[in-house]
Design a protein around this ligand. Structure first.
Ligand code: ZN
Length: 247
């Protein structure tokens, strides 16, 4: 303590913004990055999400083959930039098991994988979301199923944030500038810091994610996140590509 967060963007594409923001911004586009978050300052090598490279994104599903997913760096290059290899990752926190967050999970052959039990249970029986969960991406990994809030190390805490996914979890990171949350749900900054004026933005200044399993749970998770963190980092915000370190 205190920790620093190093966002490592592997790939990005220009996506429909309505995927991110419930009932609004349809027809607008947003740059959607796919990020591995390295926690600097821990006693072990910890990453949050294992991300997806551009080539793996377009290969994931036949309907993605014409998507213009931009390559920034490989998983190996991203980890090398913080001085480690995939084999040296000790802990992978999976915020959830949607394919774009766990494609490189099994590259971390020596890692313990922290995932909420609720997420694992749903992911193994994911109707009607079967298209975005693929058990082959985590089968054989050393999964540790967490139930509820969990402290990885002092000042580094997992916080359940269901709603976008069944068992989504955020990571609360104590930094020099306060508690920073890695959001644990597919969002951009507009979800947590929206402009007023849309009927879906209420007095609580919260705009639901566009992809939802349970809107009420997601709403309560967002309120909980806001009460626990001084700053929230959305998982797919375009500005994260430019950020080098959050401390
Ligand atoms: Zn996502």
């Amino acid at each position: 303590m205190p920790y620093e967060i190093v966002p490592l963007t592997l790939s990005y594409y220009e996506a429909e913004k309505g995927y991110m923001t419930y009932m609004t911004n349809y027809g607008q586009s947003i740059i959607r990055p796919f990020v591995v978050w390295f926690i600097r300052g821990a006693s072990r090598n910890i990453i949050v999400d294992s991300g997806i490279e551009a080539q793996d994104y377009v290969a994931y599903h036949p309907s993605f083959k014409d998507l213009k997913v931009n390559h920034l760096q490989t998983f190996d290059q991203a980890l090398a930039s913080v001085g480690i290899t995939p084999e040296q990752v000790d802990i992978v926190v999976q915020t959830h098991l949607h394919f774009d967050h766990c494609r490189n999970l099994k590259r971390c052959v020596n890692a313990e994988v922290l995932v909420q039990k609720a997420e694992y249970d749903f992911a193994m029986d994911p109707a009607p979301f079967a298209g975005i969960y693929r058990p082959a991406l985590w089968e054989g990994a050393d999964l540790r199923l967490i139930e509820g809030e969990y402290e990885i190390e002092p000042g580094l805490t997992l916080l359940p944030v269901p709603g976008h996914a069944a068992g989504g979890q955020a990571v609360l990171v104590e930094t020099k500038s306060g508690t920073v949350a890695i959001a644990g749900m597919c969002t951009c900054q507009d979800n947590f810091y929206p402009q007023a004026g849309h009927p879906m933005v209420g007095d609580d200044h919260t705009l639901l994610p566009g992809i939802l399993l349970n809107a009420r749970d997601a709403y309560e998770s967002m309120i909980r996140l806001r009460s626990r963190a001084d700053r929230i980092l959305a998982l797919h915000d375009p500005d994260i590509i430019k950020q080098k370190v959050i401390s």
